[in-house]
Structures are given as C-alpha cells and as structure tokens.
Design a protein around this ligand. Structure first.
Ligand SMILES: O=P(O)(O)OC[C@H]1O[C@H](O[C@H]2O[C@H](CO)[C@@H](O)[C@H](O)[C@H]2O)[C@H](O)[C@@H](O)[C@@H]1O
Length: 272
C-alpha cells in the first residue's frame, strides 16, 4: 500500500509514494497507467456532451505516454468520444466498460458477446425517452444506455425502479454511477476484466478513478498483487462528494479532484 499524501492513513503503509515512483521508474518499460475519464480527467458537468478535460490533462497524459510502456483509458464513454478528447495521443482506449476497444491507431473492436444486445438497447433508449420524466437525460451509447438524473436528483428512485424492471425483463445488467444508472449487456466484461487482461505481462500498473464502476479495476490490481507479490499496483482515488468515500476507501492514494491530476502526473513524469 502507498501512503496517502494528502491525509494521514489509518493503516500503516508499507510503501511510500516516493518508493512507488522509484519502483515505477525502474520498471517504466513494463508499466501501464490506466485512467477513468469522467470525474477523473474531466470535471463533472450537467451536460455529458459538453465535458472537456481539466486544464493540463492533455499535456500531462501526452508526457506520461512518452515515459511508460502504455497509457490506457478505461471508461463508460464510447471510444469515439474518448478519441475526440485526446486527438493524436498514443493511447489504448477501452470504452463502454470494455465493450469496445481501440489499440493504438487500429480499428475499434467490439466485444463479440455484447453485439446481440444492440437492438434491445436501442429500443430501450427510445422507451426511456417516452416513459421517463423529461428531466431524465437519456444517453444512448450503442451497447448501453445511461439514465441521468443529475438535474433532478429527486427522480433517483423513479429512475432506479424503471431500470431495475427493464433489466429483469431483458436480461440486462445495471451499473450505478454518479447521478446515473446504466443498463448494459449481461456479459462478463467490466473495468476489472479489462484491467486484469491488460496487466498480463506487466509488472507495474496505476489506476486513477472516481466512480463505483472503477472499484472492479481496483480489485483487479489488488488480486494481481495477491497472486504476484512482486507486482506494483497503485490505486488512486479522485475524490468527489458523491461516490468519493467508497472509492477512496478502496484506494492507496487520494487526489482532490480532476484538477489535482495534472500536477500529480507532472511530478510523476519528472520522477520517471
Ligand atoms: O467511466 P467514466 O468515464 O467515468 O464514465 C462514467 C459516466 O460518465 C458520464 O456521466 C458522468 O459525467 C457526466 C458529465 O460530467 C455527468 O453529467 C453525470 O452525472 C455523470 O454520471 C457519462 O455521461 C456516462 O455515459 C458514463 O457512464
């Protein structure tokens, strides 16, 4: 565990941040850095389409990508959206919780078991527009649909009940997030399986996340540390008032929001 730099740890740490960075530097060619997108690299806004990177993120991620073996985004956003925010940066992109991926400049590939769900998801998005109150924002993403209640938090129970019923009826999975619930295919693919797959062959990985969907990725790093004691896995929680406590409790290190990520990365790049 890495000692949190921003607060006193309850548990004794067996690795300081300085040691984690020096170990990472020694293994930079076998190290991968993972980042969630919303709430981690970009501040939360009411309108998902309007979201932009926090100042300094583009430069910091570009610099980091030149120093370590791989930088990957692991997000619930579609790959095309992620690419639009990082034009020309050499990243591996995992969108829709890993249901689609783009490796380098290659084509976007879809996780095949999810494809049969495309029609039901499209129909569900249309029904959500008709059946849910106008204040619920329906974000259709080809293989999943996000039902946002950020502008009307009092609708949370209504939205959750609708989602639960539809999930049961169509054999879908629910994924809760920050003022949102998503319906997605019932397949064995999430941020945890993406990370578990990617870290094969690496001896070092960092994961930065802020939301409940990121907990599976944190667990993948912890599991790897259990089976490979020499593996360096660092879980970084980006704090927020919504899901922050649960995510922070599972992390080794805490940052105070997306704006704290670029200065932290620039320090890391200098250390590497
Ligand atoms: O895995 P992520 O990259 O963190 O994506 C999770 C969800 O992020 C977006 O929703 C969240 O951010 C919105 C824009 O700031 C905000 O309005 C919303 O309340 C948040 O839940 C995105 O729109 C969703 O599709 C993602 O599932």
């Amino acid at each position: 565990m890495v000692c949190p730099p921003l607060e006193t740890a309850d548990d004794p740490c067996d690795l300081s941040l300085a040691e984690a960075l020096s170990t990472t530097a020694a293994r930079a060619d076998r190290c991968v850095f993972f980042f969630d997108f919303d709430g981690t690299l970009a501040p939360i806004q009411d309108d998902p389409d309007a979201v932009q990177l926090a100042p300094g993120v583009l430069g910091a991620i570009t610099d980091l990508a030149a120093r370590v073996k791989r930088v990957s985004l692991v997000s619930a956003r579609p790959v095309d959206f992620l690419r639009s925010r990082f034009p020309g940066v050499p990243l591996t992109l995992h969108g829709l919780y890993g249901l689609e991926s783009q490796y380098g400049a290659g084509e976007t590939v879809t996780y095949p078991p999810a494809l049969p769900y495309a029609d039901v998801i499209a129909e569900l998005a249309r029904r959500a527009e008709r059946e849910l109150p106008d204040d619920v924002l329906v974000e259709y993403k080809r293989l999943s649909v996000a039902l946002h209640y950020r502008s009307a938090p009092e609708l949370r129970d209504t939205v959750h009940a609708w989602a639960q019923e539809q999930a049961g009826r169509h054999g879908l999975r629910e994924q809760e997030g920050r003022m949102v619930i998503e319906l997605k295919p019932s397949v064995q693919r999430d941020k945890g399986s993406v990370v578990a797959e990617e870290i094969e062959g690496f001896s070092c990985a960092w994961y930065f996340g802020d939301d409940l969907g990121d907990l599976a990725a944190f667990r993948a790093l912890a599991d790897r540390r259990t089976t490979h004691p020499d593996f360096l896995g660092v879980r970084v929680a980006v704090r927020n008032p919504e899901t922050g406590a649960e995510v922070a409790a599972a992390a080794d290190l805490h940052l105070e929001g997306p704006s704290a990520v670029p200065p932290f990365l620039q320090k890391a790049v200098t250390a590497l």
